[in-house]
Design a protein around this ligand. Structure first.
Ligand code: ADP
Ligand code: MG
Length: 585
């Protein structure tokens, strides 16, 4: 075929491929236009999941009759005119492409009336072929109607999902926009049925709860932080407690200057903030609203504008992470939970753990722990049982049950603790804290431990040398497929952790990650592993002194509500729940 310049309809249809994927993307573009036009009320109506009809009506500024053809022309916009404008976008739209694209793949009608005009005008476009403007009633604002989307691109139309699925996406898209525009009222109707009704409010909190569900209110921790040094960045929103995390990545909603985005950098920062509070398969429920000087961000990197580029990627990442971390730190994250078995209230009075010391773990780890966690020791720690009751008389009672759990109480109720999970978390906190201050102490082995491994692992050894040095591990290649371990962290040594198994695991992690993506992330993983290896096991019987130490850690370490893998360390049964169950309320 000879080379030709494409016909304008075809150009628009190609552009539509990027911007208009499905009804929800049409709704997004039309609603953004309405918001840019200053609308206070926006009504979205759909039929057939939007594939039959999408109608968006607003009460915004409207379009002048003689500008209607321009509105649906490609690369025509009222929002930017110079490249300086492009560098500081304050509107949701700026590409001047949406209406042209949508009109090229549908039967399209645009009807509008400017504020104060005595008559409105409308324009129909059929598969990109424009009609002529005609008079319309003087209803202030704009109505855009999109019928039989993709009727002229059957291949695309075929890919639309069921009515229910497309309607759900439309709902999601509208909710996403509504979240960062609380001052605008939104309504969604599907074949006449009202699916969403979000009244305007000047309280962002109210809108967030309207969208996420008012019943979630107790599970959401509100935060707001300002970072003047980062282009007046404001980071605010709600961080959900770990209990309401979801299996879908969509549980994280991110907004930037009024625009829902799905930015990988920001998503990563949010997940980092929850590191260790959730297992990997779950996504925290978070509504994150970012406001920043538009010159600090480029929104023109993605046709649907869902990804952005920040001038200070690193700065934004750490601001988001810090803001959410602080919110979580300030909150009590122990999940309240009512086991069914609890209905028959097994008495706690029996079966107090006997304090035999035979099986109890090496105490030095506890000693190191409390020092790291800044816990002041009340007495010299002895392996025998001193008169505990005198020392801890003013504190809450506790006991070990089923040789793996500790039962105690706090101000809000009865607390059940998984000793391994909590000790693991405590070890993790201690290791991380120690690592801030320099490499871990290492213990030379009397005889080097030789391990057999893959050539690749031997190669990885050199790559992770800095990591090993920080951990207090001394190891060297001993042959093409073997490694000699000469020293390991004292803490692992004293907990009788197998040096060979430990280093093999570290190397496996390194190989799995290609090289080490970032030292920090690798360190987290390895420390995770070290903590697990060093922690008391579920079957270990603990002395009362040890249990006491462990419970103290719960108070003083960060994120003690979950182990480093995100499993809970503790579960609380609220006093109010007990009262209710025993008929005392
Ligand atoms: P963009 O939003 O990128 O400018 P669009 O194709 O979405 O491009 O819209 C083109 C132009 O049509 C807008 O710049 C605006 O001037 C006008 N317009 C579109 N929708 C509306 C609306 N609901 N109310 C008022 N003006 C609108
Ligand atoms: Mg637009």
């Amino acid at each position: 075929m000879p080379i030709r310049v494409l016909a304008p309809e075809l150009i628009n249809q190609i552009a539509a491929g990027e911007v208009v994927e499905r009804p929800a993307s049409v709704v997004k573009e039309l609603v953004e236009n309405a918001i840019d036009a200053g609308a206070r009320r926006i009504l979205v109506e759909v039929e057939g999941g939007g594939s039959e009809l999408i109608r968006v009506s607003d009460d915004g500024g409207g379009i002048a009759r003689d500008e209607l053809p321009l509105a649906v022309a490609s690369h025509a916009t009222s929002k930017v005119s110079t490249s300086e404008d492009l560098a500081a976008i304050r509107t949701l739209g700026f590409r001047g492409e949406a209406l042209a694209s949508i009109a090229s793949v549908s039967r399209f009608r645009l009807s509008s009336c400017e504020r104060g005009a005595i008559e409105g005008a409308e324009l129909c476009v059929d598969g990109g072929i424009m009609g002529v403007p005609r008079p319309a009633p003087p209803r202030q604002g704009t109505v855009v109607e999109v019928r039989t989307l993709f009727y002229n691109i059957p291949a695309r139309r075929k890919f639309l999902r069921s009515e229910g699925a497309e309607t759900a996406r439309v709902t999601d898209a509208l909710e996403a926009i509504a979240l960062s525009h609380p001052c605008v009222a939104f309504e969604l109707r599907s074949s006449g049925r009202r699916l969403l009704d979000l009244p305007a409010t000047d309280e962002p909190r109210r809108r967030t709860l309207d969208v996420l569900g008012t019943d979630l209110a107790p599970e959401l921790i509100e935060f707001e932080e300002h970072f003047p040094e980062l282009g007046d960045l404001v980071v605010r929103g709600f961080a959900g407690r770990p209990g309401i995390a979801r299996p879908s990545a969509r549980a994280i909603r991110i907004h930037l200057n009024g625009r829902p985005i799905m930015d990988r950098l920001v998503l990563h920062a949010v997940r980092e903030a929850y590191r260790g509070l959730l297992d990997h398969a779950r996504t925290p429920t978070v509504a994150l609203i970012l406001e920043i000087d538009p010159r600090e961000v480029d929104v023109n990197v993605h046709p649907a504008k869902s990804e952005v580029r920040f001038r200070s990627q690193q700065g934004i990442h750490s601001a988001v992470r810090r803001a959410i971390e602080r919110a979580l730190r300030g909150a009590n994250l122990v999940p309240t939970f009512v086991p069914d078995a609890f209905r028959t209230s097994a008495p706690f009075g029996s079966g107090m753990a006997s304090s035999t010391h035979t099986a109890s773990p090496d105490f030095s780890a506890f000693a190191a722990l409390s020092a790291a966690a800044g816990v002041q020791r009340v007495e010299a720690v002895a392996a025998s049982e001193p008169a505990i009751s005198e020392v801890y008389i003013d504190e809450f009672p506790f006991m070990q049950v089923l040789s793996g759990y500790i039962v105690t109480q706090d101000a809000d109720g009865v607390v059940l603790v998984d000793q391994h999970a909590l000790h693991e978390r405590a070890m993790f906190a201690m290791f991380m804290d120690r690592l801030q201050r320099g490499p871990l102490e290492s213990q030379r082995l009397l005889v080097p431990v030789i391990i057999e491994c893959s050539a690749r692992s031997v190669g990885a050894l050199a790559e992770i040398a800095p990591l090993l040095a920080r951990l207090g591990v001394v190891a060297r290649a001993f042959g093409p497929r073997s490694i000699a371990i000469e020293a390991i962290p004292t803490l692992l040594h004293s907990r009788r952790v197998d040096a060979g198994a430990f280093l093999s695991d570290v190397l496996e992690k390194a190989v799995e990650h290609g090289s080490l993506v970032s030292l920090e992330a690798a360190l987290h993983e390895v420390v995770d592993m070290m903590s697990c290896k060093a922690a008391v096991k579920a079957g270990d019987e603990l002395t009362r002194v040890e249990i006491r130490e462990l419970l103290r850690m719960r108070e003083s370490i960060e994120r003690s509500s979950a182990c480093p893998h995100g499993r809970p360390t503790s579960i609380r049964i609220a006093r109010s729940e007990l009262e209710r169950r025993f008929g005392r309320s």
